[in-house]
Design a binder for this molecule. Structure first.
Ligand SMILES: [Zn+2]
Ligand SMILES: [Zn+2]
Length: 462
């Protein structure tokens, strides 16, 4: 085959080739941008560090810090880095720290979309107080799904928002405590790695572990509906806000308040406040735009009015809604119902408390259940009958403690039985194999059960 020789001018063109600008750090693509599951900035920093094979602490102190504008973070000593990790939630937030980190990271990666990994676009409508949680929350099912399908393991911005308590995909409460070391992890740490506990380093996507949300209890169907709605409505806001031509203005909140008060109670602020269980003066401050309600309050209002957070914050949309306060969802009708002390039927309450203590029902009712049955606030009853309330609580706690001890004991026996069966089949009783066969794998968080497993494993090695 004849090869055509290049002409001299083709090889040595006088025109300089224009190379595109190079970024100092990788041009790493954020996950799920423009969706409810968009990655958080703290997760992005951890992944960026991982992609350069350095720890987040090294990436921040050596690479990001020189590009920060604020003096607070210049020349980060390890003590100041610790202080930054302690308030890492601010990196995903609405203030100066988030803005500073976004600008520094955009300069370093040559990306222009990193502000969408924060709530910066909601800065004028959401006050920072109570907006983010200080520690990580996660859905083990999501982690596991991403790992098994070889997708990027990351932390969505949604999980960092305090008001979000369940995973909207798996409809289960988010976890707050590592199932192995029972510690909480800060959003960003010296050696953070998405999907792993930053204290003990174990994988957090283990299925079947209990999600210790709030009072370690399972959510009632009504509460689960409410929590799913909350996660979805915040997800919708996160999805839509980046697509808006400009951030939602602060005035929208006051305008929405005025519109709903007009529609629901014909402009009567006191009546609206009373129906939602909000102090009248506070509502007046929001109504006049002198203050902004926190996200959890906005959610409460929207849930009672059966409108989405986004519809509430867009004045044209809220004005066209047929609004009424949902009686079932109104806090006035909830179990927190406030009853005037004048209506407190002391004789009847005492009678019920004494009867509760006299009956040996299994399981003995908790004070919360007794209060619900009576229709009074637990604290009110406790003020009138402190001794009786304490006796009921102590009995219920002792019962639950004894029950837990029995279950732990049963779990120990089960673990040993499973380990023996595995050994008989010639299989090593690893923690993963044993937990798969356990009826309550979450019990491996108890020291006694772990000790039983370790003992069985030691016997297997002999
Ligand atoms: Zn999930
Ligand atoms: Zn751990």
């Amino acid at each position: 085959m004849l090869i055509q020789a290049y002409a001299n001018e083709e090889l040595w063109s006088p025109e300089k080739l224009q190379l595109p600008e190079r970024s100092r750090l990788y041009h790493l693509l954020p996950v799920a941008i423009g969706t409810p599951f968009v990655e958080s900035l703290t997760s992005y920093i951890a992944r960026l560090a991982e992609s350069h094979s350095v720890l987040p602490s090294v990436l921040i102190s050596k690479e990001i810090t020189p590009y920060l504008k604020k003096v607070f973070a210049k020349r980060l000593s390890s003590r100041r880095l610790r202080a930054l990790f302690d308030r890492a939630r601010a990196l995903n937030g609405t203030g100066d720290i988030a803005m500073d980190f976004v600008q520094a990271l955009e300069t370093l990666t040559l990306r222009s979309d990193l502000c969408f990994l924060t709530l910066l676009n909601c800065a004028s409508i959401l006050p920072p107080r109570g907006l983010f949680r200080a520690y990580k929350a996660w859905c083990p099912a999501c982690y596991q799904k991403w790992r098994l399908s070889r997708q990027v393991v990351y932390e969505p911005l949604l999980w960092a928002i305090e008001a979000v308590k369940v995973c909207p995909q798996h409809h289960q409460p988010l976890c707050l405590y590592c199932p192995y070391c029972h510690k909480q992890s800060l959003l960003l740490e010296w050696h953070s790695c998405s999907g792993y506990c930053s204290v003990c380093g174990k994988w957090l996507g283990k299925l079947g572990t209990s999600c210790d949300f709030l009072e370690r209890g399972t959510l009632s169907p009504e509460e689960l509906t409410r929590q799913n709605w909350t996660a979805n409505t915040i997800g919708e806001l996160i999805t839509v806000v980046p697509r808006l031509s400009s951030p939602l203005p602060r005035g929208n909140v006051a305008e929405a308040m005025r519109t709903v008060v007009n529609l629901v109670t014909k402009g009567n602020i006191a009546a609206f406040a009373s129906r939602l269980g909000i102090p009248k003066n506070t509502l007046w401050m929001w109504h006049t735009g002198k203050a902004l309600p926190q996200l959890d309050v906005l959610l409460k209002i929207c849930y009672c009015l059966e409108i989405s957070l986004l519809d509430f914050l867009v004045p044209e949309k809220v004005a066209n809604q047929p609004l009424k306060i949902s009686i079932q969802k109104s806090p006035e009708q909830s179990h927190n119902k406030r009853i005037s002390p004048k209506c407190f039927n002391s004789d009847r309450v005492e009678e019920v408390l004494l009867a509760t203590l006299a009956i040996s029902k299994q399981p003995p009712p908790t004070m919360k259940e007794v209060a619900q049955q009576l229709g009074y606030d637990r604290r009110t009853i406790s003020r009138h009958f402190p001794e009786l309330c304490r006796a009921i609580s102590t009995r219920s706690q002792s019962y639950r403690k004894a029950l837990r001890l029995t279950e732990v004991e049963q779990s120990c026996q089960e673990v040993q039985q499973i380990a023996l069966e595995l050994l008989n089949r010639g299989v090593q009783p690893s923690e993963a194999r044993v937990s798969e066969l356990m009826s309550k794998p979450g019990y491996l968080r108890y020291q006694a059960v772990r000790a039983a497993l370790q003992e069985a494993q030691c016997r297997a090695r002999l």
